[in-house]
Design a protein around this ligand. Structure first.
Ligand code: ZN
Ligand code: ZN
Length: 345
């Protein structure tokens, strides 16, 4: 089969590889019916993910149908339509038992799919720990509705979950890219008093205004004043930093009120400065990424009952054959693109 492969920093190419086979009794082989491209794929492409192993098939956002499972897999079976979790985790180690599955200590635990082992920009993928890494999709939920459950929607759900949002809060979300919008959707489920989204792209700001008219929208330049004018205690009660830009970490803690929670969802290309003398007395609580992707079943229930809908994020559709064109468009951010959906073979 043809698999889209990380060759070296700066280069992804198609490579001919054998169809994956079961290697461990907890594995499953999934035929991919729909996949997407994540900004993390671009981070790998540009050499910003040192853990990524050259030669692996990239891609970690996908849904599909199970072809086969190892003898010890109990919760899913061949024929099941499933979401594939970005993180594979054993479910048994110290970190898994506490819900910190991102830090799973098992050999293929954490984010390895499409990073350290072959991922899903191919017709088939082998998923380790299938019992925890695959979640059956309810019959009434389409592949497109479920496409982001395992990765960016898990990230948004986790970010909103750990940020201790209450109904009295003013929540500031910095960044309205795909993960920012998923974070917004999950924040909306907590019904805070106000949500402010800060986004520099006019097109993306417009997307938020059009789809979520109850959300206040500002720009990085106006953000500090806007938050001050639209919050009750001199800043946001909760800040979720999803942009990962050059100045957005600084903006995040600046816009927070004293004793606020600042959750860093973003993955930065460069180290960030934590100017402790300047923030002394603000008594901030920082929470940092990455995602503990262990809530897929709950997220799928929320989609099934109409409480979350990420389908407006799918702005462009391609076939697997045209994956390179999908990358080009996604990377260039042209034509109002937010996310692509790539149909399997
Ligand atoms: Zn991702
Ligand atoms: Zn574990």
């Amino acid at each position: 089969m043809r698999a889209y492969t990380y060759i070296e920093p700066g280069r992804f190419e198609w490579r001919e590889k054998p169809k994956p086979e079961l290697r461990d009794s907890h594995d499953a082989i999934v035929r991919i019916t729909l996949s997407s491209i994540c900004t993390s794929d671009l981070h790998i492409k540009h050499g910003h993910v040192p853990r990524a192993i050259p030669g692996i098939t990239v891609g970690h956002e996908m849904v599909g149908i199970i072809e086969s499972v190892g003898p010890e897999v109990v919760s899913v079976a061949p024929g099941d339509r499933v979401t594939v979790n970005v993180e594979t985790f054993c479910g048994k180690c110290f970190f898994c038992r506490h819900g910190y599955v991102n830090n799973c200590e098992a050999p293929d635990g954490g984010w390895v799919l499409g990073c350290r082992i072959d991922g899903g920009q191919a017709p088939y993928v082998r998923v380790p720990y299938a019992d925890t890494g695959l979640t059956p999709i309810p019959e009434t939920v389409s592949d497109e509705q479920a496409l982001f459950v395992g990765d960016i929607l898990s990230t948004g759900f986790w970010a909103a979950r750990i940020s201790e949002i209450t109904p009295d809060d003013t929540v500031l979300i910095i960044g309205a890219g795909p993960t920012g919008i998923c974070t917004l959707l999950c924040t909306m489920l907590k019904n805070p008093r106000r949500i402010i989204v800060c986004e520099k792209s006019l097109e993306r700001a417009e997307f938020v205004r059009n789809h979520y008219p109850e959300v206040l929208v500002t720009t990085p330049d106006d953000c500090t004043d806007f938050v001050l004018a639209n919050s009750d205690h001199g800043g946001a009660d909760v800040v979720l930093e999803v942009a990962g830009g050059d100045d957005t970490f600084h903006l995040a803690w600046k816009c927070a009120r004293p004793n606020a929670i600042v959750t860093i969802v973003a993955l930065y290309d460069k180290p960030q400065i934590l100017p402790l003398p300047d923030m002394y007395g603000k008594n901030l609580v920082f929470k940092t990424g990455g995602v503990d992707g262990c809530d897929c079943a709950e997220i799928l229930r929320l989609i099934e009952t109409g409480k979350i809908d990420t389908t407006p994020l799918i702005t462009h559709r391609f076939s697997l054959e045209n994956l390179e064109e999908a990358y080009r468009v996604f990377e260039s951010r042209e034509e109002g693109i937010i996310k692509v959906a790539i149909k399997g073979e």
